[in-house]
Design a protein around this ligand. Sequence first.
Ligand code: GDP
Ligand code: IMO
Ligand code: MG
Length: 416
Amino acid sequence: MPVAALLGLQWGDEGKGKCTDYLASGFDIVVRCQGGANAGHSVEAGENNMITHLLPAAVLQKQVELVIGNGVVIDLWEIIKEINEAENLSPGIKERIKISKNSHIVLPFHKYLDQKQEENRKDSLIGTTGRGIGPCYSDKALRIGIRAGLLFYESVLTDFFSKFCDQHEISSKDKDYNTAYLLGAISEVSPLLIDSQNYLNRAFKEGKKILLEGAQGALLDIDHGTYPYVTSSNTTIGGLISGSGLSPFSLDRVIGLVKAYTTRVGEGPFPTEDDGISGQRMRATGREFGATTGRPRKCGWLDLVAVKHAIEINGVTEIILTKVDVLSQFEKIYVAVKYSCKGEEISYFPTLSEELLEAKPVYIELEGWEQEIRKTSNRNKLPANFSKYLDFIEEYLDTPIALVSYGPKREEMIIF
Ligand code: GDP
Ligand code: IMO
Ligand code: MG
């Protein structure tokens, strides 16, 4: 069964872009299934660097088909811009891109509303990316959202959009602006639209290898994350299945990405956050600044309680541990293995943010390896303390580490 899912097990930015690009050489099709241009997935391959927001991060793997699935919310002009950028790096890329007719369109109005709602939250900010994600998914759930497939039916689209404007009490000036945005994108986007569920299921039956690329991370999942400090889609395995239209039985691998420490951009509980010197060193060495918004990411030690929660929800079969090079500078490494909550020790992740805010991490201390990690396929050749660190994580999570990423470049990857 050749379908694999790759997803983040923390608060996003685990290195999904790098790992998707790396793994994509073994796949025929890579699919984005949920989220939108709130994602920022960095790829560094040879001379070429790109940050993808809506396109699957396999843009630089020239044999791979790129599908944007039904669960994605698409900013039409953002995707046009991204395709043009990718075209410079990978000529002829348009031939490889397909967009689901059932994906929903993010309008300028959604972005305006996202930013306005955030302003109105005043002292209880979520810290959204301002990309219109929440308002677009809300309209989808209200059944007034605009699906990309309507671009084929201009008069239906105009009619539907008029009702949309009435419902949202959009002024005629803003209506004109949003209409121009929609209609202006028709000629560029409609040639790329397909019935993606049908396409993917046929490809699966033909034995094509398909990689589902998650966006965000498990702790930003609208059901299983730190609500309300989450995004508006299911970032966990269910979201990848419903957002692609493939059957859950088609999956044979669920690859979970774990950054060797923890980061979070945006607001909300973060038990292992370290705003002292260690966190600052992680941010500086790991270049922890948002790929979408440029905001500095909050940093802290690895939280295995949170990752274990993500492993359970997703049915992770193997782990890719990323950014281990950033920890090479530390004499001692800390890992949270429990929380202390109202005087009691707990080893599960409280899913109510109010409870999680009271959780204090209980750390164990491991010896650092304090040397550069180099490529080897032999685990015995790794620095002994690094090897112990891997063993500890595998044992705690009861899941094998299949790959280790030790730098942003494609080739900086160890496979066991
Ligand atoms: P994504 O959202 O999960 O795709 O992650 P981002 O691309 O937003 O952020 C990850 C950042 O770390 C990017 O700047 C990557 O180039 C970089 N990166 C990925 N893997 C590694 C690694 O193993 N070591 C280092 N130092 N950087 C990495
Ligand atoms: P990738 O795919 C990190 C965060 C935002 C905010 C919350 C809600 O690159 O890992 P939204 O704009 O989605 O309504 O914001 O979710 N967020 C991310 N954080 N990486 C991401 O994507 C994110 N996408 C959304 O910072 O806290
Ligand atoms: Mg990112």
